[in-house]
Write a new protein. Structure first.
Length: 125
């Protein structure tokens, strides 16, 4: 069972880091693209809406990273360090990963299976 926990830990760290890298690339892309769009809309009255949408989009992205990627990395490090709390955190993060089809769903199901097997082992010993 320890091998499965290590695999899950590595998967959590990798997916968390990939989410952060993806956010950085998307944020950089829109940071480059948004001023060009604003320049076109400068004379329009609706330019403030575009500015508001840009800031709101960055805020939503940062919140998603904070609540999904960071706990994923923390759970992965905890699983690799064999901490007792890490499997519980991994289960919570795995439930959120279930909505990220297809890779996140597979990781979520795998971690739920690990959690169930771990509970069976602790009950029999």
């Amino acid at each position: 069972m320890e091998t499965h926990k290590k695999i899950a830990g590595v998967l959590f760290i990798v997916t968390g880091v990939l989410h952060i890298i993806g956010y950085i690339f998307v944020s950089a892309f829109f940071s480059f693209l948004f001023p060009l769009i604003m320049e076109e809309a400068r004379g329009d009255e609706g330019a403030w809406i575009l500015e508001w949408i840009g800031h709101f989009g960055q805020l939503i992205g940062a919140v998603l990273i904070f609540f999904l990627a960071v706990p994923s990395i923390i759970a992965g490090i905890g699983l690799l360090a064999k901490q007792k709390w890490a499997l519980t955190l991994a289960l919570i993060v795995a439930c959120f990963k279930l909505f990220s089809f297809p890779i996140g769903t597979a990781i979520g199901i795998y971690v739920i299976w690990i959690y169930i097997q771990n509970q069976k082992e602790t009950q029999t010993t």
